[in-house]
Design a protein around this ligand. Structure first.
Ligand code: FAD
Length: 491
C-alpha cells in the first residue's frame, strides 16, 4: 500500500469537480481489499476521521476531506469477473465506468444507467446512486447493483446481496462475515417518487443494499460490487431535434415522455411505436455554447431535444417514420434533424452531449468560482411550469447560464456561470429560489449528484429535522465516532 504524507503529493485529492476544497495530511492507496480493510481499521483504532476518494469527478464535495486521512480506491481498479450466464459483472470500486462499459460493449452487452462522466469510478457512482440518459427507461444505478462487499467503519466486512436482508418491524438486521450482527432502526422517510439522490434511502420493508447505495461514503467503504448488465440492442436510433418555439419543445417532451412510458418494454423487439429510452433537452444558451464546437447547429433555435430508441432491423423503418411524422407537428426545423444509426454517428452524438458539461466544468475551473448548478427533479406534471420558472429567473438575472435537462426524468441542470463575486453571490440566491420552488412542486434537491458537503441545508429543507435525525441514528449505529465521510449529507 502506498501512503502519501508529502503535502505536494496530496493536493490532487483535496477537491473535486465542484471546486470545493478541503484539507488532509495523509492518503492511503491500498492495492487490494485486505489493505483497504487495514487502512480503515487503522483510522478506526486511532480515531482519525477519513474520507473515501473515488475519481474526484463528484459535484457536491463528497470526496473532499475535512481534515484527517483520505483512502483512495484508485489502485482497486480491476474487473474481477464478467459472467455472461448470470449477466453479472464483479468489479473493484476504483474501476472507471469507461473501462467497464468498453469491456461489456466488446462482449455484446451494455450497462444501462449511462452517467455522462465516464472517468468516474464505479464506487463513486454507487455511493451517489449516479444516473444518466438511459435512467428514463431503466432507472438509476440502484436498479443494477446486485451485491456489495462493504468494509464497515469499524473495519468489519459484510457482503450484502439484494434479497438477503430486509427491514422488518422498522429494524434492519444484517451480519458481517465474522457473524457480528448489526441492528439499525429504519423509519419510513417521505421520499418523492421521482429520480432522487438526496440523503439515505429509507423505507418500510426496504432491502439493506439500498441503504448503502447513495450513502455518499458515510456508512461503509464499497470494496467490491456486482452489477447487472443487458445485451446490446440490435439497433439504436438517435435523433437531435431543433425547435423554434420553447412551448412546442416542452409539449413535445411531455408528449413523448407520456407515450414512451406506456410503450417502453424490456423486450424492445415487441415495440414498433414511439418508445424513447432517453429524452434529453438543451436550452438556447446551451446550444450557443455548443455552436462554437458544432457550427452546423442552425441559427435562431430555441432549444433542442436528443432522443434514443432501441429497434430491430424489422421495425427500424416503421419507427423512424413515426418519429419524423411526430416531429413535424412540433418544429419548423425538420430539415435540420440529425439522425444517428451507426456506431460512429452515435459516438458523435455522445461527444456532443458530453461537450457541454465538460465546457462548463472547464470554464468554472478557469474562472475559479464554485460551480452553481442545480440538480433538481420535479414530478412530471410540474416539469413545464418548473422549466419556465427557472428560465424566467435566469433571464432576469443578467448572469451567463446554460440549461440542460434529463427531461425524461423531469430533471434539470441550470448552470450559472458567474464572472465576479457579486454575480456569484447573486447566483447562490437564485439557486436558493430554484430549490424553494422545487420543494413547492414536491421535487428533490438532488436527483443524481448527491448532497455531499454543499447541499446539507437544502436536504434539511426537503425532509425536515425529524427525517435527518433518523438518518443520523443510522449513521451512529454504524459509525459511532463519526469518522467516515465526516461532513457529508448532514453535520
Ligand atoms: C463533466 C461531468 C459530467 C457529469 N455527469 C454526470 C451524470 O451524467 N450523472 C451523474 O450521476 N453524475 C455526473 N457527474 C458527477 C460525477 O461524475 C458523479 O457524481 C460520480 O458518480 C462521481 O464518481 P467519482 O468516482 O468521481 O467519485 P468521487 O467524486 O471521488 O466521490 C463521490 C462520493 O462517493 C464516495 N465514494 C467514492 N468511492 C467510494 C467507495 N468505494 N465506497 C464508498 N464511498 C465512496 C466519496 O466519498 C464521495 O462522497 C458529472 C461530473 C462531471 C464533472
Amino acid at each position: 500500500m502506498i501512503i502519501k504524507t508529502d503535502p505536494d503529493t496530496i493536493q490532487n485529492y483535496l477537491s473535486d469537480a465542484s471546486n470545493y476544497r478541503g484539507d488532509s495530511d495523509k492518503v492511503y492507496i491500498p492495492d487490494n481489499s485486505s489493505e483497504l480493510q487495514k487502512a480503515v481499521s487503522e483510522c478506526y483504532f486511532s480515531k482519525t476521521p477519513y474520507t473515501i476518494s473515488g475519481a474526484g469527478t463528484g459535484l457536491a464535495g463528497g470526496r473532499v476531506p475535512k481534515n484527517g486521512a483520505i483512502i483512495s480506491t484508485e489502485n482497486l481498479n480491476h474487473i474481477v469477473q464478467i459472467d455472461e450466464n448470470t449477466r453479472l459483472a464483479k468489479v473493484q470500486p476504483g474501476l472507471f465506468l469507461s473501462e467497464l462499459e468498453a469491456e461489456l460493449n466488446h462482449k455484446g452487452y451494455f450497462f444501462p444507467p449511462n452517467p455522462t462522466e465516464k472517468n468516474s469510478s464505479i464506487g463513486g457512482n454507487i455511493a451517489v446512486n449516479a444516473s444518466g440518459s438511459r435512467t428514463f427507461k431503466y432507472g438509476a444505478y440502484r436498479n443494477f447493483v446486485k451485491s456489495l462487499n462493504i468494509i464497515l467503519p469499524n473495519g468489519d466486512e459484510t457482503l450484502i446481496s439484494r434479497g438477503k436482508y430486509n427491514v422488518k418491524n422498522k429494524m434492519l438486521k444484517f451480519y458481517s462475515l465474522r457473524k457480528i450482527s448489526y441492528n439499525i432502526p429504519i423509519y419510513d422517510i417521505n421520499m418523492p417518487d421521482i429520480k432522487n439522490a438526496s440523503g439515505y434511502f429509507m423505507k418500510n420493508g426496504m432491502d439493506a443494499i439500498d441503504l448503502f447505495i447513495g450513502n455518499e461514503g458515510t456508512l461503509g467503504v464499497i470494496s467490491e460490487a456486482e452489477l447487472e448488465f443487458l445485451p446490446l440492442p440490435e439497433k439504436i436510433l438517435g435523433l437531435i431535434i431543433f425547435f423554434d418555439s420553447v412551448d412546442k419543445l416542452l409539449t413535445f417532451v411531455d408528449n413523448i415522455r407520456y407515450t414512451s412510458k406506456i410503450n417502453n418494454k424490456l423486450n424492445y423487439q415487441d415495440v414498433s411505436d414511439i418508445s424513447a429510452r432517453s429524452i434529453e433537452l438543451y436550452d438556447a444558451n446551451a446550444l450557443k455554447i455548443l455552436q462554437s464546437y458544432y457550427p452546423q447547429i442552425p441559427q435562431n433555435v430555441n432549444g433542442a431535444v436528443w432522443i434514443e430508441q432501441e429497434m430491430t432491423a424489422q421495425n427500424e423503418d416503421e419507427i423512424i417514420s413515426k418519429w419524423y411524422a411526430l416531429i413535424a407537428e412540433f418544429t419548423k426545423f425538420t430539415d435540420f434533424i440529425w439522425t444517428a444509426l451507426s456506431e460512429n454517428e452515435h459516438n458523435t452524438f455522445r461527444e456532443f452531449r458530453h461537450q457541454l458539461p465538460l465546457h462548463i466544468s472547464e470554464q468554472i475551473q478557469r474562472i475559479g468560482f464554485r460551480k452553481v448548478g442545480t440538480d433538481t427533479a420535479v414530478p412530471d406534471d410540474k416539469f413545464i411550469p418548473f422549466y419556465k420558472f427557472v428560465k424566467n429567473l435566469l433571464d432576469k438575472s443578467g448572469i451567463e447560464y446554460a440549461i440542460w435537462s434529463h427531461a425524461g426524468n423531469s430533471h434539470l441542470h441550470a448552470n450559472l456561470l458567474p464572472n465576479s463575486q457579486k454575480q456569484f453571490d447573486d447566483s447562490v440566491k437564485i439557486y436558493d429560489e430554484i430549490i424553494h420552488q422545487t420543494l413547492i412542486f414536491g421535487g428533490t434537491v438532488s436527483a443524481e449528484h448527491g448532497i455531499g458537503k454543499l447541499k446539507k441545508q437544502y436536504l434539511l429543507d426537503m425532509y425536515g429535522d425529524e427525517a435527518i435525525d433518523c438518518m443520523r441514528t443510522v449513521k451512529k449505529v454504524l459509525d459511532p465516532y463519526n469518522l467516515l465521510g465526516r461532513g457529508n449529507i448532514f453535520d
